[in-house]
Write a protein that binds this ligand. Structure first.
Ligand code: ZN
Length: 346
């Protein structure tokens, strides 16, 4: 076993192994990759192929019904109105989805199966995704495509550009060789053998936040173990902060009081407190009174001073106790808002 030169295309780790002449393996994330064989790398290889699937085969029906259920769940959850399937083959999945949902469903397909797909999808691009100009899409799906692409990082950059801000990305690829009893995948079209780790790392490095990862998904009898990842574009720190502030502002349309100055205050409110209209910091424990935080000094509740403003109960663990205490002070229930209602807000 020799160590080869070159960086892992997924995690950029330098130490790689050569377990077979064909593949290089990353000793960190377990990813295997190879250079495309000459026949596959020649320009126009995929464009010459046709009838890549047999819709009558029992395994085709099994994977199709599973994928219809999966995309239906993602559309119901995410509400996407525009779908792009990269590698849409003959368009069977898109046709089934369009029969169930009022969505625009486009596909990318290099093989001649695109001619069949055109009959059921809205548009079929017969070019690589890098040349697609339509955007943005609310859902981009790709089944068993990324392992065919020599430069997956560059490809994901194209998919990222096509995805809307809240859009979902779904990727399915074989889990390593694609079958638990096959040591390696010798299919010459497959340039990458992903592991759950290598695919997740590649997505993270490409600016996506993984929201779901599972294995064991069925493509065919020989590719019976596939990895499936659902991801969204990673929000910038500024955007995350802005969305959190919006949640506070949805609950408090003006000044408010914070009650409970403990760990939850410092962890979950203090990071955005400067941008909120906090009028007072209160706590029932006199040991905390007098503590200065920013421009405010922690004190106790005074009905004359604090009698009208809404109150944020700033504790997850002790929230119920604080709420009970505030009710015994005669504070109306509709003035009391729990921190959990900000963080759990849909
Ligand atoms: Zn790696």
């Amino acid at each position: 076993m020799s160590v080869s030169a070159g960086l892992c295309p997924c995690c950029r780790h330098e130490e790689t192994q050569q377990p077979s002449p064909a593949y290089t393996r990353c000793s960190c994330c377990g990813h295997r990759w190879r250079l495309p064989p000459e026949a596959v790398s020649s320009t126009g290889y995929y464009e010459t192929l046709v009838a890549r699937n047999d819709p009558q085969a029992p395994w085709f029906k099994r994977k199709s019904s599973d994928r219809v259920a999966l995309l239906s769940a993602l559309l119901e959850e995410g509400g996407a109105r525009r779908v792009l399937e990269i590698g849409c083959a003959e368009g069977e999945l898109g046709g089934a989805i369009k029969a169930r949902f009022d969505v625009v469903y486009d596909g990318v397909e290099l093989s001649r199966d695109s001619e069949v797909a055109e009959q059921s999808l809205d548009r079929v691009f017969k070019t690589p995704a890098s040349e697609v100009k339509e955007l943005p899409y609310g859902l981009i799906a790709s089944f068993h495509v990324l392992e065919h692409i020599a430069e997956p990082e560059q490809e994901l950059a194209c998919w990222s550009r096509l995805l809307g801000e809240n859009g979902q990305l779904l990727i399915e690829v074989p889990n390593q060789s694609g079958h638990p009893l096959l040591v390696s995948d010798h299919n010459p079209e497959h340039l990458h053998q992903f592991t759950p780790a290598s695919l997740a790392i590649l997505l993270s490095r490409s600016g996506f936040a993984c929201t779901g990862l599972s294995v064991g998904h069925y493509e065919s009898p020989v590719y019976s173990d596939s990895i499936r990842i659902v991801a969204r574009a990673q929000l910038s720190a500024e955007r995350q902060r802005g969305l959190l502030l919006e949640r506070f502002r949805d609950r408090f349309d003006g000044p408010f009081i914070v009650y409970g100055i403990g760990g939850d205050f410092f962890n979950y409110l203090a990071p955005v407190a400067e941008e909120l209209e906090i009028q007072a910091l209160l706590d029932s424990s006199p040991s905390k009174w007098g503590q200065r935080i920013g421009s405010l000094i922690v004190g106790g509740y005074d009905p004359a001073e604090h009698g009208m403003l809404p109150i944020l109960v700033c504790s997850i663990r002790f929230g119920a106790n604080i709420r009970q205490h505030l009710l015994t002070l005669g504070i109306a229930e509709d003035r009391i808002i729990g921190l959990e209602s900000i963080y759990e807000h849909a």
